[in-house]
Ligand binder design. Structure first.
Ligand SMILES: Cc1ncc(COP(=O)(O)O)c(C=O)c1O
Length: 388
């Protein structure tokens, strides 16, 4: 039996407690307003979140980050008969959303330094699909990189490829609220971008929530129709739509938390710096930031061939870890043998899944907790060398 868990891998409750008075007041405001669906709070949150991301951005609140991707694809007209290039080391949601839009996901391998989509592999995949019409029954239509763990993908190279092949680019920003690449926030690089506000995210609701953002006002308008039965007003459905609304209560909570997003990301960066300083030179592969990137450390992920041993050791010390993600999407039962042609493999993705572990990461980690994690990792490394 391990000791009592004293450092959890994530702790959304502590993020609520840190701003409980403001959040409670926001909830009460909604309860007393009598307006519970697509009211003033959603409208204001959309404006404030769009303003946070950049000039000229429109944000549309939706029910969750999975719907955000599905609706973004639909708004672009990407669906049946279209191939969407994405990655396999991601939440299954990314791939599930592509299929929910009726499109065909095609996973592409990663750059080992950043764990994000490798533009060279994307280029190969585009060529492969174009040359093997009978194998992949669709034509290339979009590319959907994921800014995994809070590190933006190489959007400059991905956008260039997308443009030269006539593909739409969509950023999955579920793990990258506030991340910056070359002075521009994640979410402002592509034709359209999607966010999740799942409670553990860098900007997390106290329930489900999501948003789609774009600089294209027509796309934003279409998304507003798609999220609610195709309604512009309540008299008629202009296009076939969905029910995927951001909840008014969650919007009010997100308005409070948005004010603290940069501060929280700064705290995550400080935790990451403390981990990186302690873990240097002990044989772990540590997170790296590419030039021009401001990483927001949704997760702090280390890699080692002795991952399971490390997790067991830390667990015995009362330190919780997680694996994001233990099985690449293309190898999960629902997708195995279906979304990646037999001639293909994703060696970097597949190797990483066996080696990665996420250390505790959330803004409210105390200095004492961070020290405990640092010391436990160092102790593990020391005993491992000793027993080898
Ligand atoms: C990369 C990524 N994409 C999409 C999603 C889906 O978001 P949600 O859980 O809000 O549907 C998540 C969150 O789980 C995610 O991490």
């Amino acid at each position: 039996m391990g000791r009592r868990m004293t450092v959890p891998p994530a702790d959304p409750r502590s993020n609520y407690l840190a701003r409980a008075a403001e959040i409670d007041a926001a909830i009460r405001r909604v309860l007393e307003s009598g307006s519970y669906i697509l009211g003033r709070e959603v409208e204001l949150f959309e404006q404030e979140f769009a303003g946070y991301l950049g000039e000229g951005v429109h944000a549309v609140g939706v029910a969750n980050g999975t719907d955000a991707i599905m609706l973004a694809l639909k708004a672009l007209g990407v669906g049946p008969g279209h191939v969407v290039f994405t990655v396999s080391l991601t939440a299954v949601a990314t791939v599930a959303a592509v299929e929910a839009a009726g499109a065909i996901p095609f996973p592409v391998d990663l750059r080992p330094e950043s764990y994000t989509m490798d533009p060279e592999k994307l280029s190969e995949a585009i060529r492969f699909v174009a040359e093997h019409e009978r194998l992949v029954k669709g034509r290339p239509a979009a590319v959907l990189p994921v800014h995994l763990y809070g590190h933006p993908a190489d959007m400059r190279a991905i956008n260039d490829l997308a443009r030269s092949h006539g593909l739409y680019a969509i950023e999955d920003c579920a793990q990258a609220h506030g991340a910056v690449l070359e002075g521009t926030k994640a979410g402002c690089w592509a034709d359209i971008a999607t966010f999740s506000f799942y409670p553990t995210k860098n900007l997390g609701a106290l329930g489900d929530g999501g948003a789609v953002v774009t600089r294209n006002p027509q796309l934003a308008e279409k998304l507003r129709l798609l999220r609610q039965y195709g309604w512009r007003d309540r008299t008629a459905s202009e296009i076939p739509g969905h029910n995927s609304r951001l909840d008014e209560l969650q919007a009010a909570i997100l308005r409070v938390k948005l004010n603290y997003l940069d501060e929280d990301n700064e705290k995550r960066r400080a935790v990451a710096a403390a981990y990186s300083e302690a873990c240097a030179g002990i044989g772990l592969t540590l997170p790296r930031s590419a030039q021009g990137v401001s990483h927001v450390y949704h997760q702090y992920v280390v890699a080692t061939p002795f991952r399971d041993e490390l997790r067991t050791y830390l667990g015995e010390q009362g330190i919780g870890t997680a694996i994001h993600y233990p099985i690449p999407v293309h190898m999960q039962p629902a997708y195995a043998g279906r979304i990646l042609p037999e001639s293909h493999s994703l060696p970097i993705t597949e190797q990483l899944c066996g080696r990665i572990a996420s250390l505790p990461m959330f803004p409210e980690l105390t200095e004492e907790q961070v020290t405990r994690v640092r010391e436990a990792v160092l102790a593990w490394a020391a005993q491992r060398t000793w027993t080898r």
